[in-house]
Design a protein around this ligand. Structure first.
Ligand SMILES: [Zn+2]
Length: 270
């Protein structure tokens, strides 16, 4: 599933080729995504020039000046550049044809992604109540501690709640908790301020490292295949059940929390 680092990498990869280009034509082959693609999307965007491209949580915001396209990659979506005349596959649902022959193509086999528009995206229902960005100063030890004080849920579920902080997916939550030395099932309310400080710092470090890894692979993606893909992570605990902890050799444990797998080291995370 595309997580925040993949979406950030996609944003960085698309920006240089799309900024300041006029959208000539929008082709929707299949509008049945998570929500139907609005019938008037092409009419809203065609002929307009992309003024900026940014990310909020896992949403990509294409600002065409007065109207913003909101895109989410869902479970399996990806955006890549297609060659002129390149036939669309069965899962290639949308093409954005920009001037100069630049074709952006959405592929989404499971169709949990979304492409919508808004005149005021920050007040759109999907975005209005999102928590702070994890890599900004708004997300720090004091903020996280204040959030945890009022919540009895497991800390892993709290940091994965987009109203608390955006973009901490399952992999990054497990990895951050390992680096902070906190068990995923710990009640958020029981975390001390120093523990919250360690966790906030770990989340920033883990996400920044993933974005850096994506950035370093980005040039290859764009140059060799035109594709903006996902990248392999060198995880400490995620998907390593039964394997030795890289720090202490204790076997990594796997538990289920909220129907999602969690991984932790019983020695390093107490
Ligand atoms: Zn360990």
């Amino acid at each position: 599933m595309p997580e925040l680092p993949e979406v950030e990498t996609t944003c960085l990869g698309l920006r240089p080729r799309l900024l300041d280009r006029r959208l000539q034509k929008l082709t929707v082959r299949n509008s049945r995504l998570r929500w139907p693609v609005p019938e008037d999307l092409a009419g809203r965007l065609e002929g307009k020039t992309l003024a900026s491209l940014s990310r909020r949580g896992k949403y990509l915001l294409f600002d065409f000046g007065g109207v913003t396209q909101i895109a989410h990659l869902g479970m399996s979506g990806s955006l890549r550049f297609a060659e002129t005349g390149e036939p669309a596959g069965i899962h290639d649902h949308i093409d954005w044809i920009f001037e100069g022959g630049v074709i952006l193509r959405l592929r989404d086999p499971r169709r949990f992604g979304a492409v919508l528009w808004s005149a005021n995206p920050m007040h759109h229902p999907l975005l209005a109540r999102l928590g702070p960005e994890p890599l900004t100063d708004a997300f720090d030890a004091n903020y996280l501690y204040a959030q945890c004080r009022t919540r009895s849920a497991a800390i892993k579920q709290v940091i994965m709640d987009g109203h608390v902080v955006v973009g901490v997916g399952n992999i990054y939550a497990s990895e951050s908790l390992f680096h902070a030395g906190i068990r995923p099932g710990t009640s958020a309310r029981r975390l001390t301020r120093p523990a919250c400080a360690r966790l906030a710092a770990a989340i920033k470090r883990v996400l920044a490292a993933a974005i850096a890894a994506g950035g370093s692979s980005l040039r290859d993606y764009v140059q060799t295949s035109g594709e903006l893909g996902y990248f392999q992570l060198h995880t400490q605990v995620y998907d390593r059940a039964g394997l030795a902890c890289k720090r202490c050799n204790t076997p990594i444990r796997r538990i289920i929390q909220g129907q999602r797998a969690s991984f932790y080291c019983p020695q390093c995370q107490r």
